[in-house]
Design a protein around this ligand. Structure first.
Ligand SMILES: NC(=O)c1ccc[n+]([C@@H]2O[C@H](COP(=O)([O-])OP(=O)(O)OC[C@H]3O[C@@H](n4cnc5c(N)ncnc54)[C@H](O)[C@@H]3O)[C@@H](O)[C@H]2O)c1
Length: 438
């Protein structure tokens, strides 16, 4: 079979250094940075990172073209990454890694000098949004407009001090309290007026997102709170020509849910209920112990099943699902979360069956490669001249942002196809359809 090539998109080369800035240098961020440094030193493979480890089939099967993604598209090299960020508590990335206890001392030892050198900048932090934390390393500025200006100055200083050619920002900060989007979020103009008026509906993560976009820095949100999924930010990303991606890293229990639910649906098995409960004992768990912060997470987690199962198209199978999600803060467990799922399904003649999942996972171990991939792929998108919502990166997120009215895609396998086909198209290759012909 002859492969017909598409016209490739012009992608600028990944020359020079890429700075990755994370508001929040806690468990996820420090585990991510440590893992990249370990990979650079040849101490560990970047397991879980699709950008580093996955192959991509090109053309018809018999052509036998199957390069690594990182050899197919021009991604920044791990050696060219520089790390920085902000945190109201952590004094450096080594201290953050030791506090959260994800990585063992023997794994941190060979990386300790580099991690210790990553010192967070003072944060824009407001206890109103994260009641369980007391920030100490915070900017002593009360005006939100001036806070945004200070972050923009931080970004420029980081860029010049580290001689970065490009920057990306990934929010790895705590989950902020639940809020609905308001009038202040409707346009860039109203948001800027809100910054000047210290509008109480503007949260710190939104000020970081604004500062990033005003600095032409792509922004991804790893937490479920509102930040770039606001009309004002979507407008700003488009007018400045900057990629954005939201939100909430898809790890742990929701990853399992988006693996299992498409399988049940593919075989037309019905679902009565899905009860999910977790215990975790890290700082994230402590923040989520506050009902307002948990509500933000709950909304993000609950949306997944309906979007995958489409009850409106399959009323016999999915119109009456009892979906419950609980998170319980339990300090002895630290970052090593345990997630239980009880899934009540039914089959032929309506006969009931049950599935039990007990996932003893490590949250930050699952999230770290997502930070790396989002950073590298957002940088690629920027160099490919893309802007606004990058739906092809939904693969990594629990509550993916949709670029159109059609709504988000949650099925991990459709998301994976979309990611790989987008890369194929950008590089002038045909999408792979997996049909009998292709
Ligand atoms: N680990 C996972 O699997 C996973 C999955 C999905 C989402 N998330 C989200 O990712 C985020 C990070 O998770 P984590 O486990 O690293 O949490 P963590 O509590 O260890 O780290 C978060 C850090 O953010 C800092 N922070 C809080 N407000 C800030 C602000 N305004 N500016 C800068 N820093 C701020 C905190 O001091 C803390 O050090 C959380 O919002 C979490 O809900 C994590």
């Amino acid at each position: 079979m002859i492969t017909i090539m598409n016209k490739p998109v012009n992608i600028e080369p990944a020359s020079g250094k890429l700075g990755i800035l994370t508001p929040g240098i806690g468990a996820v961020s420090s585990t991510f940075i440590a893992g990249v440094i370990a990979a650079r030193k040849g101490l560990a493979a970047p397991i879980g990172s699709v950008s580093q480890m996955a192959h991509i089939r090109l053309g018809a099967k018999e052509e036998d073209r199957n390069p690594l993604i990182k050899e197919f598209v021009p991604l920044a090299e791990l050696d060219d990454l520089v790390f920085g960020g902000w945190d109201p508590i952590s004094s450096n990335a080594l201290e953050a890694a030791r506090t959260c206890g994800v990585l063992e001392e023997k794994d941190l030892a060979p990386l300790s000098a580099e991690l210790e050198g990553i010192v967070p900048m003072d944060a824009v932090f407001d206890n109103r949004w994260v009641k369980k934390l007391d920030g100490v390393r915070i900017k002593n500025i009360s005006s939100k407009w001036e806070q945004a200006e200070a972050l923009i100055a931080d970004i420029e200083n980081f860029r010049s001090e580290n001689e970065c050619d490009r920057l990306v920002m990934v929010w790895c900060g705590s989950t902020e309290a639940f809020q609905e989007a308001g009038e202040v979020h409707s346009t860039v103009e109203s948001f800027e007026a809100g910054l000047r008026a210290n509008d109480e509906n503007i949260s710190p993560s939104q000020i970081y997102a604004y500062a990033a976009l005003m600095s032409d820095v792509p922004f991804a949100n790893g937490a479920p709170n509102l930040s770039v999924d606001l009309p004002c930010m979507i407008e700003l990303a488009k007018t400045r020509g900057v990629p954005i991606v939201g939100k909430d890293f898809k790890t742990g229990q929701t990853l399992m849910k988006t693996l299992l639910a498409p399988g049940l649906k593919a075989r037309m098995l019905g679902l009565n209920g899905w009860y999910s409960t977790n215990i975790l004992g890290n700082r994230d768990g402590e923040v989520l112990d506050d009902p307002e912060n948990f509500k933000t997470k709950e909304v993000s987690k609950l949306g997944v099943l309906d979007a995958i199962l489409q009850p409106e198209s399959y009323p016999d199978l999915y119109s009456d699902i009892h979906h419950v999600v609980r998170i319980n803060y339990y300090p002895p467990r630290g970052d090593n979360k345990e997630g239980w799922d009880n899934i009540d399904i039914f089959g032929w003649l309506g006969y009931p069956m049950q599935i039990k999942v007990d996932f003893l996972c490590r949250d930050s171990i699952l999230a770290a490669p997502i930070v790396l991939d989002l950073a590298l792929f957002m940088d690629l998108a920027a160099r490919a001249g893309q802007s606004g919502v990058q739906e092809w990166l939904s693969f990594y997120l629990k509550a993916p942002q949709s670029a159109t009215e059609s709504g988000p895609e949650h099925d991990l396998f459709i998301q994976q196809t979309k990611l790989k086909n987008t890369l194929r198209e950008w590089m002038g290759e045909q999408p792979v359809t997996h049909s009998e012909a292709g």
